[in-house]
Design a protein around this ligand. Structure first.
Ligand code: ATP
Length: 328
């Protein structure tokens, strides 16, 4: 979801589908692919229904490795030019959202997943521009769990025991943070940890630290299911540096600061409660997850409707914490 009006409006929302391969546990119980790709088209077929997207990856379509180059690299480019953008991974539990986003990054040289590639790209750009531009880059990593916002980089938050019930193990010391509106209508999170990062390694250390604190639990369809929406936000501020020759400033660069945000969102699974065997606490988590996803769907529909957008139609950002946060 690109928030910039300056870019081509037809590019405002783009949807890509990634079909993951069957994993060992599925092959062992005899699962087979139920989705086919229409050759040469960004179209998939499920039974008698055909669905067309902007891009289709995996299975017999383009390789998944192309997702970053086609869909995300242009947004990193936009970030450097001062445009806000959001990448959302949406799908049912076990469909590969966390894997594709690289949200569970553990360091150790792993470069797979969208977020590690974004980090790599950003710092390569910074390196090439550093003589003419001063950069100030910050990150935050939060999760929305049962309509409450938690700071995954808060040093006081205790790590959860992966694979167990997030609801039971959610540390009582975790205090939700509040969404505030600034005087100029922007959205901020009161007291969120937002460290400055100067290298890819530093940014990666915050990603892996935050991912350890994320609420996960087990469903019938994924033994380690993310039960929250996780948002890793990169804020980039930049200012041109005046060049000097023989003690004389040759450029009039002014005081302008360019500021933009890239939100990288790994959504909680969009599954139906019946299929995941969810009951009790897990079922209640599912209700909150689906409410947030419904609000997100409504916002995307409003943004994707060119006519409404041009007429300044209402975008229902306020219907959930997820959509309120992505408004900024
Ligand atoms: N492209 C892929 N290639 C190989 N394995 C994959 C791929 N995508 C996902 N997987 C595997 O599928 C399983 C489920 O993936 P993942 O945890 O990313 O799903 P998810 O959509 O984030 O689920 P949830 O919503 O429950 O958190 C994992 O074991 C993961 O390693």
């Amino acid at each position: 979801m690109e928030n910039s009006e300056a870019r081509d409006s037809s590019q405002c929302v783009r949807v890509a589908v990634n079909i993951r391969p069957l994993i060992t546990s599925e092959l062992l119980i005899g699962c087979t692919d139920c989705i086919t790709v229409v050759p040469g088209e960004p179209q998939v077929q499920i039974g008698s229904h055909a669905f067309t997207y902007d891009y289709v990856y995996g299975s017999t379509a383009s390789p998944s490795t192309a997702i970053y180059d086609d869909c995300v690299a242009p947004l990193v480019d936009a970030l450097v030019h001062g445009y806000n953008a959001t990448v959302l991974a949406y799908g049912q539990t076990g469909s590969g959202k966390t894997y594709t986003m690289g949200t569970n990054y553990s360091g150790e040289g792993s470069n797979s997943g969208i977020i590690p590639k974004v980090m790599d790209n950003i710092f390569r750009r910074v390196e090439t521009m550093k003589d003419s531009t001063e950069f100030f880059i910050r990150v935050s990593f939060i999760e929305i769990f049962k309509e409450e916002v938690f700071d995954l980089l808060d040093a006081n938050s205790t790590n959860l025991n992966k694979g167990e019930s997030a609801s039971v193990l959610k540390p009582v010391t975790r205090v939700p943070i509040q969404i505030r509106e600034t005087v100029n209508g922007g959205i901020t999170l009161a007291g969120v940890t937002e460290p400055e990062v100067r290298s890819k390694e530093e940014m990666a250390s915050f990603l892996s630290r935050g991912s350890l604190s994320r609420a996960t639990g087990s469903t019938n369809m994924n033994s380690q299911s993310s039960r929250s929406h996780a948002i890793f936000t990169i804020t980039m501020e930049q200012k041109k540096i005046a060049r000097c020759q023989n003690g004389v400033t040759t450029d009039d660069v002014g005081d302008d600061i360019l500021c933009a945000k890239l939100h990288l969102v790994d959504l909680a699974g969009s599954e139906r409660a019946k299929r995941t065997g969810a009951d009790g606490l897990r079922f209640k988590e599912g209700i909150h997850i689906n409410k947030g996803l419904l609000a997100l769907g409504n916002v995307i529909s409003a943004l994707g409707d060119e006519k409404k957008r041009k007429e300044g139609g209402h975008v229902p950002y306020r219907d959930s914490k997820l959509t309120r946060l992505l408004q900024a």
